[in-house]
Ligand binder design. Structure first.
Ligand code: NDP
Length: 293
């Protein structure tokens, strides 16, 4: 039976370290890191995410700035707000909650954020930094996956890593991070041939597909480390809905060496890494060396 990778507990230790770093920055440098989160519209899931981000930001002792805008907001109005936040010295991190309403071009908005405040790591400059191995801000979900992996495997050198999914938010940056750790990386997607046999080659399998329980135990190499990024809501017993990953946990756990559960795996790491990135950005803006170890 696979070892359970407890992302909830690991995220709590990351948040603790962020809290300690924030206290030290206040005490030693009179610096209070600040995170601005912008929500446009009233998408219920986005509202929950934004509330959680604000709450956890405050819990670490950082400053939280929430900007809630109507779903009729124009692109020009949003760009104007971002320009203000780019110039606000109290704000070290800016996150625009996605998705944005149809009248707003997400790419234009993301690329208007000062790359050094882009704590989501989605700005083209940060994408380029990650692709070329330069220091920068790394997208939170793949960063969280990598922290869980490195906690599980000391040295990833030479491991065969397969990522299922090639999104800009998860799959592609995950590939860059694994390559930087000297893995041999395969990125699979909806056009990949013989996906089960591609997955069976993986010492490290990262699932970021968005299809409930698609990857079953017989796709997994015995002893592999499985990181399940998927969050899918399915109907469970008694008509109640429940969350499942992209991996069929029950069959996969019988074969894998270690596996993240859903919920309680990658999910909690995402906000923890957002807080971590905000401290990193605050340190960089003030010429302070950053480390959470
Ligand atoms: P996207 O929809 O942007 O990307 C999905 C990827 O999966 C695409 O590359 C697509 O291929 C590929 N894909 C779809 N169907 C298949 C298939 N049948 N076989 C092989 N590949 C397939 O999703 P995201 O990357 O944004 O998210 C993936 C999952 O992770 C979702 O469940 C999402 O909810 C979750 N998520 C969780 C987060 C967390 O905090 N834990 C954060 C972000 C996402 P193609 O490119 O060819 O279309």
């Amino acid at each position: 039976m696979a070892t359970l990778i407890d992302g909830k507990a690991f995220a709590a230790t990351v948040r603790n370290k962020v809290g300690q770093a924030v206290s030290a920055l206040k005490a030693e440098h009179d610096l209070l890191p600040g995170l601005a989160v912008v929500l446009v519209g009233d998408d219920p899931a986005s509202q929950v995410y934004v509330r959680n981000k604000g709450k956890q930001t405050l819990e670490t002792g950082m400053q939280s700035f929430e900007h809630r805008l109507a779903d009729t907001t124009t692109e020009e109005e949003l760009l104007h707000l971002i320009e203000q936040l780019n110039h606000d010295a109290r704000v070290h991190g800016i996150l625009v909650q996605l998705p944005l309403p149809a009248q707003i071009d997400s790419h234009a908005v993301i690329n208007s954020i000062n790359p050094d405040k882009d704590v989501d790591g989605f700005h083209l400059v940060n994408v380029g930094r990650l692709a070329t191995g330069a220091p920068g801000l790394v997208p939170c979900t793949p960063l969280g996956c990598m922290m869980l992996l490195k906690n599980q495997i000391d040295d990833l050198t030479g491991a065969n890593a397969v990522i299922v999914g090639r999104s800009n938010i998860v799959g592609k940056p995950m590939g860059a991070l694994l390559m930087a750790q000297h893995c041999t990386v395969t990125t699979a997607h909806s056009r990949t041939r013989e996906l089960p046999s591609v997955c069976r080659e993986a010492d490290i399998l990262v699932a970021a597909v968005g299809r409930a329980q698609m990857i079953s135990g017989d796709w997994i190499k015995p002893g592999a480390v499985v990181i399940d990024v998927g969050i899918n809501r399915i109907e469970g017993e008694g008509g109640k809905t429940r969350l499942v990953g992209d991996v069929d946990f029950a069959s996969a756990a019988e074969v894998a060496g270690a596996i993240t559960p859903v919920p309680g795996g990658v999910g909690p790491m995402t906000i923890a890494c957002l807080l971590r990135n905000t401290v990193q950005a605050a340190c960089a803006a003030n010429g302070i060396a950053f480390s959470l170890d």
